[in-house]
Design a protein. Structure first.
Length: 537
């Protein structure tokens, strides 16, 4: 059999692994490529998935970097079943609709801009709400530990990955020519002792393991203090009559926040007269799904539910679905907790709450998730004095809290611990779902401490999997992608333009002052860009 890495190879996003046996062709995950423009271009290249030739998909969990391209493959000819756990099935449906909505709005905005500039408006969304709806009918759900056979000679089993609700580690048994080969896909491995979620199941055997490595080079800090820090933030703004703003991803992090507030309430640390608003239609829908699947949560949570309580509810919790309800929060005087999306403050309603509160001394903003480079969240966390929201510079006078202990991913130590439990000494490990530096660190650690053979596959790489045999690569990656660039012409042209400007220095100095300043700024900007390139090379 062979495997092709169509994403999450030397990158975190775009998780998709296509496996071809003598009887079937299927894929584990169908994630969206996210990050910079170069990576996002891959989303448009759906042909290389050959969707019409895929018999079925297995989805490890609902996160968009694992499920986000399903509408596109369906639109392009895939019509087989999509296997997932029950909560994943439900979460995927709402997340894909939300993703499609974002794609549609983005295309519309871009087209309007083009029209204003007198250019042709021909941007179409990656996929539409209708495309997302078409996925729902293909989803077939399974529970954990319930082996099923999606095709002849193939058996699949989901185990709890402890990452988000319904997240699975996938065990795949493939029979070819009388021998059975076992593949294990870790999906995203959860952090142990996470609120609500069970710890990831230890798997003991595999011939080939495909393991995530997001935190391959670091551990999480301050897991124990997280609840205490949240209390501190609440206390700080409650005593000053100001609001506590919590940007949080709609799935998992939001529910973890509600759970944390429930725990603080139990400890008598949550003021009874402090309203809590959940201000995100998607997060509200996700919370309903979480409430429906307590059986997928850890023992502590199930105990709480058994005692007739709901750890995702509070007496003072209010859902605001409509825009009017959302706006009313900002008109309201006094302290309140507002949980809203997006988690990195780059989209969604959270931007309105930040605009209304960031400049207020006494207010607080609590970051509880990863803040990617280039997002407003990252800038605020890094200590920006002001931030641009809706074309307005907002001063930052609120107190900023960054709580690191809420990650849904295992850190380096926990990844190693999980790996240590494998008893198959001949197992070959492929590291996926991680940045190369994190992967290289983890790979050396694995080789040194456990002695497994480790490979870090590249995007589009294709490999033959044969137990006991040396790893054999069929195809060098990037063949289609290798850019053809005539560097001499390019650099020559740039040089010529600089000489041209030099020759006209006199003309430039005779221009009006405002024009000269404009030119100076443009040149300085160009200079900075060239500096960036210099750093790269
Ligand atoms: Zn995930
Ligand atoms: Zn992921």
């Amino acid at each position: 059999m062979k495997i092709k890495f169509l994403g999450a190879a030397r990158a975190v996003t775009g998780s998709c692994f296509v496996i071809e046996t003598d009887k079937a062709r299927f894929a584990v995950d169908c994630g969206m490529h996210q990050g910079n423009a170069q990576i996002e271009k891959r989303n448009w290249n759906v042909k290389i998935y050959e969707p019409e030739k895929i018999d079925f998909f297995i989805i490890t969990h609902a996160h968009i970097d694992h499920s986000g391209l399903l509408p596109l493959v369906v639109k392009n000819g895939f019509h087989g079943p999509v296997y997932a756990t029950e909560p994943t099935g439900d979460l995927v449906k709402i997340l894909l609709l939300d993703s499609a909505h974002i794609q549609e709005v983005e295309a519309l905005t871009k087209n309007k801009k083009m029209q204003r500039w007198g250019k042709s408006a021909d941007t179409s969304p990656l996929y539409t709400i209708k495309d997302a709806e078409a996925v729902a009918g293909l989803i077939k759900t399974k529970t954990y530990n319930n082996m099923f056979s999606p095709a002849e000679g193939i058996k699949v089993n989901f185990q709890d990955a402890g990452h988000i609700l319904g997240a699975a580690i996938v065990e795949i048994f493939i029979e070819e020519n009388g021998t059975t080969t076992k593949l294990v896909f870790s999906g995203d491995i959860g952090r142990r002792h996470q609120l609500m979620m069970e710890d990831p199941v230890f798997i003991e055997t595999a011939d080939f393991l495909f393991m995530e490595s997001t935190y391959g080079d670091r551990n999480h800090k301050g897991e124990e203090e997280s609840l205490e820090e949240l209390f501190e933030a609440i206390n700080y703004s409650y005593s000053r009559g100001e609001k506590i703003i919590i940007p949080a991803f709609a799935v998992e992090r939001t529910q973890e926040m509600l759970y944390s507030l429930y725990l603080l309430d139990k400890q008598g640390k949550l003021p009874k007269d402090l309203p809590v608003f959940l201000d995100s239609p998607l997060a509200i829908k996700a919370t309903e799904i979480f409430r429906a699947y307590h059986t997928y949560m850890d023992r502590e949570t199930r105990e709480i539910v058994k005692n007739g309580e709901d750890p995702l509810d509070l007496p003072q919790l209010q859902f605001s679905s409509t825009t009017e309800q959302s706006m009313r929060i900002n008109e309201m005087k006094g302290s309140a907790i507002v949980i809203s999306a997006s988690g990195m403050a780059n989209a969604g309603r959270i931007r309105h709450h930040l605009r209304h509160n960031l400049w207020r001394p006494g207010a607080s903003v609590v970051f509880v998730g990863y803040q990617a480079e280039g997002t407003p969240g990252r800038a605020i966390v890094e200590g920006a004095k002001k931030i641009r929201i809706f074309n307005e510079d907002i001063a930052i006078k609120a107190k900023i809290f960054t709580i690191g202990g809420f990650s849904a991913h295992a850190g380096q130590n926990q990844l190693m611990e999980w790996l240590h439990n494998f008893k198959s000494r001949q197992m070959k490990v492929f590291l996926v779902h991680g940045e190369l530096t994190a992967q290289e660190t983890l790979a050396s650690l694995i080789r040194e401490k456990i002695g497994f053979e480790v490979t870090i596959p590249e995007y589009l790489e294709e490999i033959i999997l044969q137990p006991g045999a040396k790893i054999q690569e069929i195809k060098k990656p990037f063949e289609e992608e290798k850019p053809r660039i005539d560097w001499d012409t390019l650099l020559g042209a740039l040089e010529a333009k600089i000489s041209y400007l030099k020759e006209r220095k006199k003309t430039i100095t005779s221009l009006p002052v405002s024009k000269q300043i404009e030119i100076r700024d443009a040149l300085q900007e160009a200079d900075t860009r060239v500096d960036d390139i210099k750093t790269d090379v």
